[in-house]
Ligand binder design. Structure first.
Ligand code: S3P
Length: 442
């Protein structure tokens, strides 16, 4: 098997942060990835309100998790970072009133989940974000946190900035109208500061890292089906953890390898939480060769070694609960759809319109720019298979997952593809373009 070497030229990223991707023969090698973004956010936040010093190895290298750490510092939480290890001095349940607005950058996870903690603090704070985050819906946390007794507002009742005045909370029994793991975690975190038992029920099962992280920090969370309950007043205790590799970041490399018969890719120590690994089942159903070995568990989170063998891919229909489970992987699946034999149809994925960019519109625009036929609908896309893509000019629209998705599509296009604003990848996977280039065999 080919090893990860530096035989290829490093990707050229010019001042305007345009990356040029050339066609590949296959994608092979072995690697491990920086820690999972969803887990890094949650462990950092809970470490801030735990008692004792938490040590997190393989913390996410993305800018989003750096936003969480910066907000924690502004809230009086001391931490140090040495490479990818972060040590966080917990403050116990009481944070410090910030003297500046809390800048969440591009990170919806930071804004939504931190709001749950701030709702229980006896001070006022303001949460701000960049242009993209300032367009994203927050009513989904404003409504339930207000029901718990927090004073939380924004100019239009929905978009950031948010002003939060926290205080003693009361437990609620809440049926979430939107499937969102960020909202579920925010409410469970707020539940720690509430009198009584908070109960949240989600419309479809979403990732359960919040529940698992709370347990890791020694809180009791009861889970049954789509319902989670937490008793207020529980104290958290610091942990030591090695965060498994980010499976959503890995999805770009996985799909890249799966596209080419002849690829052999091994990813060590990758997150294998069943609420996050639907992509593996989907790729298997499409014909990819995928094996998982060396399964291990820490703090409830499964990790393992993943081996991917490229084969020709058939196609898929993604709808209903699968769309929620694959929400971060749909961009790359849509981008590779023209290279499959039957194409990919995506339904019930309207949430994609309110992510870091309108991902449905961005995917359709870029696929068309590369010569593909696409049908765009309010809740998804249909992309026929067996389409030849030609290299072209595409945009990231400032969205990390769009930038990375089109790097993958471009590997099987004819000619070179230029991805503009490709530096958006720093949000979740700053190393992506270099890593991809090292795995590509030409
Ligand atoms: C996340 C949940 C999802 C996902 C995001 C991370 C999380 O968002 O798209 O990248 O860590 O809980 P929603 O909760 O908005 O669905």
């Amino acid at each position: 098997m080919a090893q990860t070497t530096t035989k290829n030229q490093p990707p050229i990223m010019n001042k305007a942060s345009t990356v040029v991707i050339r066609p590949a023969r296959n994608v092979s090698g072995s690697l491990r990835l920086p820690g999972d973004k969803s887990i890094s956010h949650r462990y950092a936040m809970l470490a801030g309100i735990a008692e004792g010093k938490t040590r997190l190895e393989n913390f996410s290298t993305g800018a989003d998790c750096a936003s969480t750490l910066a907000c924690l510092k502004a809230l009086g939480v001391d931490w140090t970072r040495n490479g990818n290890a972060v040590e966080i001095d917990g403050r116990g349940s009481k944070l410090h009133a910030p003297v500046v607005p809390l800048d969440c950058g591009n990170s919806g996870s930071t804004m939504r989940m931190l709001s749950g903690i701030l709702a229980g603090q006896d001070f006022s704070s303001e949460l701000i974000g960049d242009e993209s985050l300032s367009r994203r819906p927050m009513a989904r946390i404003i409504t339930p946190l207000a029901l718990m007794g927090a004073r939380i507002s924004s100019a239009d009742g929905n978009r950031p900035p948010l002003q939060i005045t926290g205080g003693p909370l009361k437990a609620i029994d809440y049926d979430m109208p939107v499937a969102s793991a960020q909202v579920k975690s925010a409410l469970l975190f707020a539940g720690l500061f509430a009198k009584g038992e908070t109960r949240v029920e989600e419309p479809v099962t979403t990732r359960d890292h919040g529940e698992m992280a709370l347990r890791a920090f020694r809180a009791m969370v009861n889970q049954r089906g789509k319902e989670a309950r937490i008793e207020g007043g529980q104290k958290l205790r610091a942990i030591e953890a090695q965060i498994p590799g980010d499976i959503s970041s890995a999805s770009f490399l996985l799909c890249a390898a799966a596209l080419f018969p002849g690829s052999q890719l091994v990813i060590n120590d990758l997150l294998m939480n069943p609420t996050r690994s639907h992509l593996l089942d989907l790729l298997i159903s499409m014909g990819a060769g995928i094996t998982v070995t060396q399964l291990q568990e820490q703090h409830g989170e499964l990790r393992g070694t993943l081996q991917v063998e490229g084969r020709s891919l058939s196609g898929a229909v993604i709808s209903g609960v699968d769309s929620a489970a694959l929400i971060d992987e749909i961009p790359v699946l849509a981008a590779i759809a023209p290279h499959t034999s039957r194409g990919i149809e995506i339904r019930d994925a309207q949430e994609l319109r309110v992510k870091e960019s309108d991902r449905i519109a961005g995917l359709a625009t870029n696929l068309r720019a590369m010569g593909a036929e696409v049908e765009e609908r309010a809740d998804g896309l249909t992309i026929p298979g067996r389409q030849e893509l030609r290299g072209g000019e595409v945009e990231s629209f400032g969205d990390h997952r769009i930038a990375m998705a089109f790097a993958v599509a471009a590997l099987r296009a004819e000619g070179e593809t230029r991805i503009h604003q490709a530096d958006a990848a720093i949000i979740s996977y700053p190393e992506f373009f270099e890593v991809l280039e090292n795995l590509v065999q030409r």
